[in-house]
Design a protein around this ligand. Structure first.
Ligand code: MLT
Length: 311
């Protein structure tokens, strides 16, 4: 008797190489932009689900799966959009792709850091609107400035390596920091308070967990240097966005560069989108051709392993 192939639902765009690998052992259904209701309907007939950050895999999804769903694959690192408690309860494995987009995320953080410091986005918009404002867009230099890398994991340490190359003084905070990695990169590991109070630039690289939710709030902004600049390519939820707006208005925070938002996409009327001193990108940290192909293969292999009981 031939064993039937597992059905794998792919709910967000996945690189071709990953799809090809999935097709070698499963029936693939690519359905993008599903509503919550449609996802719940569809999931009943699926053995695996592959998502990026745009699909919320909530308890309702696991309930709707009625025990058939064996694995959720997160094509990326952060698994904060998957209800892990519900997954465990329903006996469903959750796997991610922890390495393939590290460099892409680090490069995007550096792109935002340099673009913010030199007002690239604002100057571009102004010139395209017919203006030529050389005095308005005087920036700040990076060399000799202190950047605090908050979260010294894979992405954070690659950001640190690149910031060193720009001549910046790099400090880092991470409660679980690998000391040997910091030593190898000549990065000073410091306390949370020391990091936020001495940095000219603060770059966020921590996961969203109950501990990091709204970690950057009125209290923490108050402890920062006046004129600090913040980059967030991690998760929107680690910043209390109303507190950030207050800190931008008061001048405590001079500029922010945000790739991620508490709600994605953020509401069109969000004040953050209207601030001249804030630059934004639509969660592009992992979005390079190379990273997406790598992530697709990494997650396809992990899902295959989980379905075939290799995990
Ligand atoms: C990640 O957690 O790796 C990123 O958010 C990936 C993505 O863009 O989906």
């Amino acid at each position: 008797l031939q064993e039937s192939k597992p059905t794998i639902l792919v709910s967000e765009k996945l690189g071709d190489a990953g799809l090809q690998l999935l097709r070698s052992f499963g029936n693939i259904e690519c359905c993008y932009d599903l509503s919550k209701e449609d996802l719940c309907k569809k999931i009943e007939t699926c053995d695996a689900l592959i998502v990026r950050s745009g699909t919320k895999v909530s308890r309702e999804v696991f309930e709707a799966a009625k025990g058939r769903l064996k694995v959720v694959g997160r094509a990326g690192v952060g698994i904060d959009n998957v209800d892990l408690g519900a997954a465990t309860e329903f006996g469903c494995l959750v796997v991610n792709a922890p390495t393939a987009n590290t460099i892409a995320a680090a490069e995007h953080a550096i792109a935002l850091l340099t673009a913010m410091a030199r007002n690239v986005a604002q100057a571009d918009a102004s010139m395209k609107a017919g203006q030529w404002k050389r005095n308005k867009y005087i920036g700040v230099s990076l060399v000799g400035k202190t950047v605090a890398v908050m979260g010294f994991g894979k992405v954070g340490s690659e950001v640190a390596r690149r910031a060193k190359g720009l001549g910046m003084h790099v400090i880092a905070h991470d409660p679980y920091a690998p000391v040997d990695r910091a030593r190898a990169l000549a990065v000073d590991l410091v306390s949370f308070e020391q990091a936020i109070s001495t940095a000219d630039f603060i770059s966020l690289h921590m996961p969203l967990t109950p501990t990091t939710l709204n970690l950057f709030n009125d209290d923490t902004f108050a402890k920062m240097k006046t004129g600090v600049r913040i980059i967030n390519v991690a998760r929107g939820g680690v910043i209390d966005e109303d507190a950030l707006l207050r800190a931008l208005d008061s001048g405590k925070v001079a500029q922010a560069a945000l790739d991620v938002f508490a709600q994605e996409p953020p509401p069109k009327e969000s004040k953050l989108l209207q601030q001249e001193n804030v630059i934004v990108t639509p969660h592009l940290g992992a979005s390079t051709k190379e990273a997406q192909e790598g992530v697709a293969i990494e997650i396809a292999e992990a899902v295959k392993g989980a379905l075939q009981g290799e995990l």
